[in-house]
Design a protein around this ligand. Structure first.
Ligand code: SF4
Length: 92
């Protein structure tokens, strides 16, 4: 079974209007912030037409990669979703 097929089993309950990750406003992204557009496994991070990094956290798997890389510097704010929201993993 391919990992993509397994990931397709996950379910998400989006907390509309309350994203659990936000990107601090910036003119130019740092190398770490820019790296998130390549390393987030759910491809939540993208560059807009001005080159700034934006996030759409709806498909976030809460892996913590972006938290490790960019929260200590304050470039992103990362919180777990409220209870009941976020990803629901299906195993097996
Ligand atoms: Fe992507 Fe993981 Fe960060 Fe979620 S926690 S946005 S899946 S890198």
């Amino acid at each position: 079974v391919r990992v993509e097929d397994k990931l397709f089993q996950n379910r998400y309950l989006v907390d509309v209007g309350r994203p659990h990750i936000t990107v601090r406003p910036h003119e130019t992204p740092s190398p770490n912030l820019l790296a998130l557009t390549r390393i987030c496994p759910a491809k939540c991070y993208e560059q807009n037409d001005k080159g700034q990094v934006e996030i759409t956290a709806d498909g976030c798997m809460e892996c913590g990669t972006c938290r490790v890389l960019c929260e200590p510097s304050g470039e992103i704010e990362w919180n777990y979703p409220r209870g009941g929201y976020g990803v629901l993993f299906k195993f097996g």
